[in-house]
Design a protein around this ligand. Structure first.
Ligand code: ZN
Length: 359
């Protein structure tokens, strides 16, 4: 993950900020300095932004920890200048679970806003809203309003907002998942048009949102279409049967020869017929550069790898390919023999053929 800075982690979830986020801080800092010329104003402004992003981070943890309750891991949370993204390894299949995961983020901001409001009321610090500005008025009250804004903004019923997922989940309780996604994506794109139109006349910020919503809706719809076209197909029908394997004691030279003589990029590595590793092309190239062609495959291969099983369905394997971010999975049979390969490229080809057949 280049371009982002690791901040820390909690319960196995890495948290990092994208470097453009630092640009945002620098931009706001310089702007405040030019407008006010006061160090206190600059620090106050930056402190406020950091607190807002702490609330965004808690929002993302709301999603991630709820997903964890359903056994879904979160790869990481990245904070971008426009908000946070919790990258879940997958979305829940059950619409009820998706509903909870989607609602958990905004719910966190509702709780924060309620606590802050309570504090403002008890301490008598509440002032009328029209006396507030981005950098004017009580800190706590501004933070409360930002949290309310985050709730409203995220519940816009369009992908990639949480509201889009809520809408889809609610519809999926009553209809087929693919159909629900198409309808939700359609509503999202209609909203994007409205935002775009209003944005042109009135507020350029809305144009920006319209753009994101339009792209998000299209992406979600095509992801689900793809998944549904994979449903019910056994892996045996799709896997590559014509492939080469390497022996752990082979020299890299042999890997080079096999690579040049075929289009295969990653190789299952065997030792006495048993699968012990996967040699990826990038590992091979790195070892060739570092140690030369005489190095053993054993020294260059990945020993921490995932496999697919012959009896599995394509959909599950496709998901695993996405989760492990690997390109190739060896397919094994009941006796743990490698009988095939699944690759991203080959899956892509299969999907294109499926789409052509349906037309
Ligand atoms: Zn959210």
């Amino acid at each position: 993950m280049r371009w982002s800075l690791r901040l820390g982690g909690y319960r196995g979830i890495e948290v990092s900020i994208h470097l453009t986020f630092l640009l945002l801080l620098a931009f706001l800092g310089v702007n405040t300095w030019l407008a006010s010329g006061s160090v206190a104003a600059v620090l106050g402004g930056l402190g406020f932004i950091l607190l807002v992003f702490a609330c965004v981070l808690l929002h993302e943890f709301g999603h991630a920890l709820t997903a964890a309750r359903f056994g879904i891991r979160t790869r990481d949370i990245v904070l971008y200048p426009i908000g946070g993204v919790a990258r879940l390894e997958r979305m829940p299949e059950d619409p009820r679970q998706e509903l909870w995961v989607a609602l958990a983020g905004p719910a966190v901001n509702v709780v924060i806003a309620a606590v802050l409001l309570l504090w403002l009321v008890v301490s008598g610090a509440l002032v009328p809203v029209d006396q507030l500005g981005w950098a004017r008025g009580p800190f706590i009250e501004r933070l409360m309003l930002i949290n309310l804004f985050l709730v409203g903004f995220n519940l816009i019923p369009a992908f990639p907002m949480d509201g889009g997922r809520v809408l889809r989940a609610l519809m999926a309780l009553r209809m087929d998942y693919t159909r629900a996604t198409q309808v939700a994506a359609g509503i999202g794109q209609a909203l994007a048009l409205v935002f775009g139109f209003v944005g042109l006349l009135w507020n350029p910020f809305l144009l920006f949102i319209a753009f994101f919503v339009w792209i998000g809706a299209a992406q979600e719809a095509s992801m689900v279409m793809m998944k549904s076209s994979l449903g019910g197909i056994p892996l045996q029908r799709v896997m590559l049967r014509d492939f080469a394997t390497l022996d752990a004691d082979d020299q890299l030279l042999r890997a080079v020869q096999v690579t040049l003589g075929s289009s295969q990029r990653d190789f299952p590595v065997l030792e006495e017929g048993r699968l012990v590793g996967v040699l990826r092309q990038e590992d091979m190239l790195r070892s060739l550069h570092d140690t030369g062609p005489g190095a053993r495959v054993r020294e260059a291969m990945q020993t921490d790898f995932r496999t697919a099983h012959l009896g599995e369905m394509v959909e599950a394997v496709f998901q695993r390919l996405g989760e492990c971010r690997c390109r190739t999975l060896p397919v094994t049979d009941v006796r743990d023999q490698v009988v095939g390969l699944v690759t991203m490229e080959h899956m892509g080809e299969f999907l294109r053929i499926q789409a052509a057949l349906r037309r």
